[in-house]
Write a protein that binds this ligand. Structure first.
Ligand code: PLP
Length: 403
């Protein structure tokens, strides 16, 4: 094999996904016949609703199988405008909407369209693993800000104020959060908005992907809704992946100022081109069609969340807060650091905890280091109640056996 290939400096700054090691190991164990329970999934275990599938089948039959405008068909843009108006009190015109193959490329396109060397992106930690690396790939500088359990895993106005510099381009908000499930109340967003109003050069990218997955009567707000003066410098990102169980269909979208959306259109037109035409028609049905399955699924997730939080708190050395949304919890494992497993292995980090839990009890979780705040780990409860129950039993046994 020739070794003359020199990779790009931009890619050199990006670290390989830290979650891959655990996933690879879990798959190896599964292939070897072990009964592994995976709590790493970042996608709903529910199926895409039938009416959405039917809309896609109809689109195929109708021959809607060709290129579309680069950043989406007018019908989906209209449906997205209606969604933003109905659910978020945000008025966008179709020219202010960007549609891409998933929420992830929407965020990447926004970074590519706006970041210059030296531009900083404030990212509250723990964060979704892709944010810092996408900022790096687009030539920017991620600035993680630790938001630990004392702050309920949320950015405070004081921490935001301290993180802003003349080079700050974006504040990245994610509510409810992957990996903690924490969601910002209207008052909390108000506090952040007051800081942002004092710094007109800072734009906000809010990733609202888990908007519909909130529990206990939590009332969802997004920042441009709370402070309309920020509308002109906010990109409101959302998508159908999580709420409508459509991860494989690849449709994400955003609303924002026309200048930014036009720049993002330039990026998508020279890279992926349009998102899949059939998926776009399915997304039209997702947004315009019946929404009654959402509360039913929410109720199932909430039950699982409560069971998982209780089960983790019953494990020696773990403490787990009850988050407002998403399908993740982010327990601290500070209480097991320094302990030794029956195999003789010392648990010095959350990475060790995850590796040893997988080795001993065949439960796969994602260690906190990957999300920028340790010692902790992420559990996804987007899996069956029976599997969760068994996983909790194993985690409790694992922790009880540490000395
Ligand atoms: N934003 C967050 C916080 C996520 O957790 C994910 C997926 O895991 C995405 C965006 C990406 O969504 P999509 O699958 O639509 O690209």
């Amino acid at each position: 094999m020739s070794d003359t290939l020199r990779l790009s400096d931009a890619l050199d700054r990006v670290k390989p996904s830290a979650t891959i090691a655990v996933t690879t190991k879990a798959n190896e164990l599964k292939r070897a016949g072990h009964d592994v329970i995976g709590l790493g999934a970042g996608e709903p275990d529910f199926d895409t609703p039938d009416n959405i599938k039917e809309a896609a089948i109809q689109a195929i039959r109708d021959g809607k199988t060709k290129y579309t405008p680069a950043d989406g068909i007018p019908e989906l843009k209209e449906a997205i405008c209606a969604k933003f108006q109905r659910e978020n009190e945000l008025t966008y015109t179709p020219g202010q909407i960007h549609i891409a193959p998933g929420g992830k490329p929407v965020i990447y396109n926004a970074f590519v369209a706006t970041l210059n060397p030296g531009d900083e992106v404030i990212i509250p930690a723990p964060y979704w693993v892709s944010y810092p690396d996408m900022a790096l790939m687009a030539g920017g500088t991620p600035v993680p800000v630790a938001c630990g359990p004392n702050a309920n895993y949320k950015l405070t106005p004081e921490a935001l104020e301290a993180a802003i510099t003349p080079n700050t381009k974006w504040l990245l908000l994610n509510s409810p959060s992957n990996p903690t499930g924490a969601a910002y109340t209207r008052e909390e967003l108000r506090g952040l908005a007051d800081v942002l109003l004092r710094h007109p050069h800072v734009w906000t990218l809010t990733d609202d992907m888990y908007e519909h997955l909130v529990y206990d009567d939590f009332e969802y707000f997004t920042i441009a809704q709370v402070e309309p003066k920020l509308y002109d410098r906010t990109l409101t990102v959302n998508g159908v992946s999580k709420a409508y169980a459509m991860t494989g269909w690849r449709i994400g979208y955003a609303g924002g100022p026309e200048k930014l959306i036009t720049a993002m259109r330039k990026v998508i037109s020279q890279t992926t081109s349009n998102p899949c035409s059939i998926s776009q028609w399915a997304a039209v049905e997702a947004l315009n069609g019946p929404q009654d399955f959402l509360p039913e699924r929410r109720a199932v997730y909430q039950k699982r969340r409560d069971m998982v939080v209780a089960g983790l708190n019953a494990a020696e050395g773990l403490t787990c807060a009850t988050p407002e949304g998403a399908f993740y919890v982010y327990p601290s494992c500070a209480g097991v650091i320094g302990k030794t497993s029956p195999s003789g292995k010392r648990i010095d980090s959350d990475k060790d905890f995850a590796a040893e839990l997988l080795e001993q009890e065949k439960v796969a979780i994602v260690f906190g280091e990957a999300f920028g705040l340790s010692p902790a780990f992420r559990v996804s409860y987007a899996t069956s109640t029976e599997a969760l129950q068994e996983a909790l039993t194993r985690i409790q046994r694992f922790c009880a056996n540490l000395t």
